[in-house]
Design a protein around this ligand. Sequence first.
Ligand code: G3P
Length: 217
Amino acid sequence: MKFFVDTADVAAIAELNELGIIDGVTTNPSLILKSGRDITEVTREICAIVDGPVSAEVVALDAPAMIEEGRKLAQIAPNITIKLPLTWEGLKACKALSSEGHMINVTLCFSANQALLAAKAGASFISPFIGRLDDINLDGMELIQDIRTIYDNYDFSTEILAASIRTVNHVTEAARIGADVMTAPPEVIHKLAQHPLTDKGLDAFMKDWEKTGQNIV
Ligand code: G3P
Protein backbone atom coordinates (compact mmCIF):
# COMPACT_ATOMS: atom_id res chain seq x y z
CA MET A 1 0.00 0.00 0.00
CA LYS A 2 1.33 3.43 -0.92
CA PHE A 3 1.30 6.08 1.81
CA PHE A 4 0.48 9.65 0.89
CA VAL A 5 0.46 12.39 3.50
CA ASP A 6 -2.57 14.68 3.49
CA THR A 7 -1.15 18.07 4.40
CA ALA A 8 0.55 21.21 3.08
CA ASP A 9 2.77 21.45 6.17
CA VAL A 10 6.26 21.32 4.65
CA ALA A 11 8.05 20.50 7.93
CA ALA A 12 5.73 17.56 8.63
CA ILE A 13 6.18 16.26 5.07
CA ALA A 14 9.98 16.56 5.28
CA GLU A 15 10.06 14.65 8.58
CA LEU A 16 7.99 11.75 7.25
CA ASN A 17 9.83 11.72 3.94
CA GLU A 18 13.13 11.33 5.80
CA LEU A 19 11.87 8.00 7.15
CA GLY A 20 11.26 6.80 3.59
CA ILE A 21 7.62 5.87 4.17
CA ILE A 22 5.97 8.57 2.06
CA ASP A 23 5.08 7.85 -1.56
CA GLY A 24 3.24 11.09 -2.31
CA VAL A 25 1.29 14.05 -0.94
CA THR A 26 -2.29 15.27 -1.22
CA THR A 27 -3.39 18.85 -0.66
CA ASN A 28 -6.70 20.65 -1.04
CA PRO A 29 -7.89 24.27 -0.70
CA SER A 30 -8.61 23.81 3.03
CA LEU A 31 -5.09 22.47 3.65
CA ILE A 32 -3.57 25.38 1.69
CA LEU A 33 -5.57 27.76 3.90
CA LYS A 34 -4.33 25.94 7.02
CA SER A 35 -0.72 26.26 5.84
CA GLY A 36 -1.06 30.03 5.44
CA ARG A 37 1.15 29.75 2.35
CA ASP A 38 0.85 30.72 -1.32
CA ILE A 39 -0.35 27.65 -3.27
CA THR A 40 2.34 27.82 -5.96
CA GLU A 41 5.20 28.40 -3.53
CA VAL A 42 4.23 25.73 -1.02
CA THR A 43 3.39 23.16 -3.73
CA ARG A 44 6.77 23.76 -5.40
CA GLU A 45 8.54 23.17 -2.06
CA ILE A 46 6.57 19.98 -1.46
CA CYS A 47 7.36 18.69 -4.97
CA ALA A 48 11.06 19.24 -4.33
CA ILE A 49 10.93 17.17 -1.12
CA VAL A 50 8.84 14.19 -2.25
CA ASP A 51 9.60 12.19 -5.41
CA GLY A 52 6.09 10.78 -5.82
CA PRO A 53 2.81 12.36 -6.97
CA VAL A 54 1.80 15.62 -5.28
CA SER A 55 -1.90 16.43 -5.69
CA ALA A 56 -2.75 20.11 -6.22
CA GLU A 57 -6.44 20.96 -6.52
CA VAL A 58 -8.15 23.28 -8.99
CA VAL A 59 -10.80 25.67 -7.68
CA ALA A 60 -12.68 26.53 -10.90
CA LEU A 61 -16.10 24.97 -11.36
CA ASP A 62 -16.44 24.77 -15.16
CA ALA A 63 -14.37 22.46 -17.32
CA PRO A 64 -12.54 25.05 -19.48
CA ALA A 65 -11.39 26.99 -16.40
CA MET A 66 -10.47 23.75 -14.58
CA ILE A 67 -8.35 22.75 -17.57
CA GLU A 68 -6.60 26.12 -17.57
CA GLU A 69 -5.91 25.92 -13.83
CA GLY A 70 -4.82 22.29 -14.14
CA ARG A 71 -2.28 23.11 -16.85
CA LYS A 72 -0.95 25.98 -14.71
CA LEU A 73 -0.60 23.76 -11.62
CA ALA A 74 1.12 21.06 -13.71
CA GLN A 75 3.83 23.56 -14.63
CA ILE A 76 4.94 23.73 -10.99
CA ALA A 77 6.80 20.40 -11.17
CA PRO A 78 6.82 17.12 -13.13
CA ASN A 79 5.35 15.20 -10.17
CA ILE A 80 2.16 17.27 -9.93
CA THR A 81 -1.11 15.35 -9.98
CA ILE A 82 -4.00 17.61 -10.89
CA LYS A 83 -6.85 17.20 -8.42
CA LEU A 84 -10.35 17.65 -9.84
CA PRO A 85 -13.73 17.38 -8.12
CA LEU A 86 -16.10 14.60 -9.08
CA THR A 87 -18.64 16.73 -10.92
CA TRP A 88 -19.71 16.44 -14.56
CA GLU A 89 -17.45 19.40 -15.35
CA GLY A 90 -14.63 17.76 -13.39
CA LEU A 91 -15.02 14.59 -15.47
CA LYS A 92 -14.77 16.61 -18.69
CA ALA A 93 -11.59 18.23 -17.40
CA CYS A 94 -10.30 14.79 -16.32
CA LYS A 95 -10.77 13.42 -19.83
CA ALA A 96 -9.06 16.43 -21.44
CA LEU A 97 -6.13 16.68 -19.02
CA SER A 98 -5.48 12.93 -18.81
CA SER A 99 -5.45 12.81 -22.63
CA GLU A 100 -2.67 15.42 -22.50
CA GLY A 101 -0.68 13.01 -20.31
CA HIS A 102 -1.28 14.62 -16.92
CA MET A 103 -1.83 12.53 -13.77
CA ILE A 104 -5.31 13.20 -12.38
CA ASN A 105 -6.70 12.62 -8.89
CA VAL A 106 -10.50 12.80 -8.92
CA THR A 107 -11.60 13.87 -5.47
CA LEU A 108 -14.78 14.17 -3.39
CA CYS A 109 -15.94 10.69 -4.43
CA PHE A 110 -18.83 9.33 -2.39
CA SER A 111 -20.28 6.56 -4.56
CA ALA A 112 -19.18 3.55 -6.59
CA ASN A 113 -20.82 4.96 -9.72
CA GLN A 114 -18.81 8.16 -9.37
CA ALA A 115 -15.66 6.03 -9.13
CA LEU A 116 -16.68 4.10 -12.24
CA LEU A 117 -17.09 7.36 -14.19
CA ALA A 118 -13.72 8.69 -13.01
CA ALA A 119 -11.96 5.52 -14.17
CA LYS A 120 -13.64 5.73 -17.57
CA ALA A 121 -12.64 9.42 -17.85
CA GLY A 122 -8.96 8.48 -17.40
CA ALA A 123 -8.30 9.27 -13.72
CA SER A 124 -4.97 8.06 -12.34
CA PHE A 125 -6.41 8.09 -8.79
CA ILE A 126 -9.92 8.09 -7.35
CA SER A 127 -10.32 9.55 -3.85
CA PRO A 128 -13.26 8.11 -1.90
CA PHE A 129 -13.72 10.10 1.33
CA ILE A 130 -14.09 7.53 4.09
CA GLY A 131 -14.33 9.80 7.15
CA ARG A 132 -16.94 12.11 5.66
CA LEU A 133 -19.20 9.12 4.88
CA ASP A 134 -18.73 7.81 8.43
CA ASP A 135 -19.60 11.33 9.68
CA ILE A 136 -23.12 10.98 8.27
CA ASN A 137 -23.60 7.42 9.50
CA LEU A 138 -22.75 5.73 6.19
CA ASP A 139 -19.98 3.16 5.74
CA GLY A 140 -16.85 4.55 4.10
CA MET A 141 -15.18 1.12 4.01
CA GLU A 142 -18.11 -0.41 2.16
CA LEU A 143 -17.46 2.14 -0.59
CA ILE A 144 -13.76 1.21 -0.76
CA GLN A 145 -14.77 -2.46 -1.04
CA ASP A 146 -17.33 -1.73 -3.79
CA ILE A 147 -14.82 0.27 -5.84
CA ARG A 148 -12.15 -2.44 -5.39
CA THR A 149 -14.58 -5.08 -6.69
CA ILE A 150 -15.73 -2.97 -9.64
CA TYR A 151 -12.23 -1.89 -10.70
CA ASP A 152 -10.99 -5.49 -10.46
CA ASN A 153 -13.97 -6.78 -12.46
CA TYR A 154 -12.93 -4.64 -15.42
CA ASP A 155 -9.17 -4.28 -14.87
CA PHE A 156 -9.33 -0.50 -14.50
CA SER A 157 -5.86 0.87 -13.81
CA THR A 158 -7.15 3.83 -11.77
CA GLU A 159 -5.68 3.56 -8.27
CA ILE A 160 -7.99 3.67 -5.26
CA LEU A 161 -6.71 6.42 -2.96
CA ALA A 162 -8.51 6.06 0.38
CA ALA A 163 -8.92 9.65 1.63
CA SER A 164 -10.50 11.47 4.55
CA ILE A 165 -8.76 8.94 6.79
CA ARG A 166 -9.22 9.92 10.41
CA THR A 167 -8.16 6.87 12.44
CA VAL A 168 -5.55 4.13 12.47
CA ASN A 169 -8.37 1.60 12.04
CA HIS A 170 -9.28 3.30 8.74
CA VAL A 171 -5.73 2.56 7.56
CA THR A 172 -5.91 -1.11 8.58
CA GLU A 173 -9.30 -1.62 6.98
CA ALA A 174 -8.36 0.15 3.72
CA ALA A 175 -5.20 -1.99 3.53
CA ARG A 176 -7.17 -5.17 4.25
CA ILE A 177 -9.60 -4.39 1.44
CA GLY A 178 -6.77 -3.59 -0.96
CA ALA A 179 -6.91 0.18 -1.50
CA ASP A 180 -3.83 1.00 -3.58
CA VAL A 181 -3.03 4.16 -1.63
CA MET A 182 -4.10 5.81 1.58
CA THR A 183 -3.69 9.47 2.39
CA ALA A 184 -3.75 10.54 6.01
CA PRO A 185 -2.77 13.54 8.11
CA PRO A 186 0.73 13.36 9.67
CA GLU A 187 -0.76 12.76 13.15
CA VAL A 188 -2.56 9.59 11.99
CA ILE A 189 0.61 8.29 10.31
CA HIS A 190 2.56 8.85 13.55
CA LYS A 191 -0.11 7.00 15.52
CA LEU A 192 0.39 3.90 13.33
CA ALA A 193 3.63 3.26 15.27
CA GLN A 194 2.02 3.48 18.71
CA HIS A 195 0.97 0.58 20.91
CA PRO A 196 0.65 0.60 24.73
CA LEU A 197 2.21 -2.88 25.01
CA THR A 198 5.26 -1.63 23.09
CA ASP A 199 5.63 1.22 25.61
CA LYS A 200 5.06 -1.14 28.55
CA GLY A 201 7.50 -3.74 27.25
CA LEU A 202 10.17 -1.14 26.55
CA ASP A 203 9.78 0.31 30.01
CA ALA A 204 10.32 -3.14 31.59
CA PHE A 205 13.38 -3.80 29.40
CA MET A 206 14.88 -0.43 30.36
CA LYS A 207 14.39 -1.10 34.08
CA ASP A 208 16.01 -4.55 33.85
CA TRP A 209 18.86 -3.22 31.72
CA GLU A 210 19.58 -0.57 34.33
CA LYS A 211 19.94 -3.35 36.92
CA THR A 212 22.61 -5.16 34.84
CA GLY A 213 24.90 -2.14 35.18
CA GLN A 214 26.13 -2.79 31.61
CA ASN A 215 26.67 -0.50 28.61
CA ILE A 216 26.58 -1.49 24.94
CA VAL A 217 28.89 1.32 23.80
O1 G3P B 1 -7.57 15.01 0.88
C1 G3P B 1 -8.82 15.32 1.32
C2 G3P B 1 -9.36 14.50 2.46
O2 G3P B 1 -8.43 13.61 2.93
C3 G3P B 1 -10.06 15.33 3.50
O3 G3P B 1 -10.17 14.73 4.75
O4 G3P B 1 -10.69 14.81 7.14
O5 G3P B 1 -11.16 16.82 5.72
O6 G3P B 1 -12.55 14.78 5.50
P1 G3P B 1 -11.19 15.31 5.83
